[in-house]
Design a protein around this ligand. Structure first.
Ligand SMILES: NC(=O)c1ccc[n+]([C@@H]2O[C@H](COP(=O)([O-])OP(=O)(O)OC[C@H]3O[C@@H](n4cnc5c(N)ncnc54)[C@H](O)[C@@H]3O)[C@@H](O)[C@H]2O)c1
Length: 296
């Protein structure tokens, strides 16, 4: 494993490229959008500067990391020599199926194809390729250079060999890989999203206000951030999409998204990225206040 291709240079893709490059791998970063690639390189540069300022890496490490990353807009060129491809493109089933069909055509036959999807079935993604044994989930957490966990998801056909290679590789990135099976939400989101949904139901049923709910979970359970604020950071549209995957996948009403969440997303209130969710971010994240709909 020397050559890695990362597909998608957004929030996750740039962090994944940064991490592999920092640990000495040659990374081809691929995005259909050239501006996204330029933004990614600038973000990686700023994040490396932060690591230099903290003393965790040197200026030379920064230069080497940047030297290890090459940009591509054509998937066929970017993946040709890759031993491992990590797909981190937009969370959309049709898009991912198309990308994996193309990967099966353009990647080396022995290459491992991994997806960073938060919620789409790895078994389904693998089913459009002729190498289901080499398709796996590699679910990094945001921000990738900082967060230790990699949820390694075995699809129905993923081989022991592929799983062992990806677990070992994650360790070489100084991450802590955890192996899980491919069922809706895997482990992380299967547990996190129902908690967020329950927090939204608690608000919807007027048991308590936004700040009260978040304070209980922060001070009572030692969570670094309350569940409503966390939902705003993840994106309320993303939370809704994952809850729908859980609801459809298990057919269990306990995963039904709270009607308040559905209304907020329909109205365009998606959290930090739209400027308002449970909190209003007009004055920046540090000075966010409870959104006017929920203020007393
Ligand atoms: N954001 C998170 O906190 C988080 C955490 C874990 C996993 N994920 C997963 O990571 C993946 C990426 O999420 P993100 O938040 O980085 O998204 P993002 O919107 O920030 O970036 C997605 C990038 O994919 C690019 N893209 C779209 N179609 C493409 C194609 N055909 N080929 C190449 N690039 C293409 C877009 O131009 C964009 O730059 C999703 O599957 C998401 O579920 C996200």
């Amino acid at each position: 494993m020397k050559n890695i291709a990362v597909i998608g240079s957004g929030t996750m893709g740039n962090g994944i490229a940064h991490t592999f490059a920092q640990f000495g791998y040659q990374v081809n970063l691929i995005d259909v959008n050239n501006e996204a690639l330029e933004r990614a390189i600038s973000t990686i540069g700023k994040n490396l500067d932060r690591q230099v300022a903290k003393g965790t890496i040197t200026e030379a490490d920064k230069a080497n990391t940047l030297k290890n990353i090459s940009n591509f807009t054509q998937l066929s060129e970017g993946v040709a020599n890759a031993d491992l491809i990590v797909e981190a493109a937009t969370e959309n089933l049709e898009l991912k199926l198309k990308i994996f069909k193309d990967l099966d055509t353009f990647a080396k036959p022995e290459a491992i194809l991994a997806s960073n999807t938060s919620s789409i079935s790895i078994t389904k993604i693998a089913s459009v390729t002729n190498r289901g044994d080499k398709v796996i989930g590699m679910h990094f957490m945001n921000p990738v250079p900082v967060m230790k966990l990699v949820e390694v998801i075995r699809g129905y056909a993923t081989s022991d060999e592929t799983t062992a290679i990806v677990m070992d590789l994650s360790t070489k990135l100084s991450k802590a890989p955890v192996e899980v099976n491919d069922y809706p939400g895997f482990v992380a989101n299967r547990i996190l999203m129902p908690m967020i949904n329950e927090a939204i139901y608690t608000l919807y049923e007027s048991v308590a206000g936004v700040e009260e709910i978040d304070t209980v979970m922060k001070l009572g359970m030692a969570h670094p951030m309350g569940p409503l604020q966390l939902a705003d950071f993840i994106g309320l549209d993303v939370c809704l999409a994952i809850l729908n995957v859980l609801h459809d996948g298990f057919g269990n009403p306990k995963y039904a998204p709270c009607p308040l969440l559905v209304n907020m997303v329909t109205a365009g209130n998606k959290g930090v990225k739209s400027g308002e969710g449970f909190y209003n971010y007009a004055k920046g994240i540090k000075e966010a206040v409870v959104a006017s709909k929920f203020s007393k």
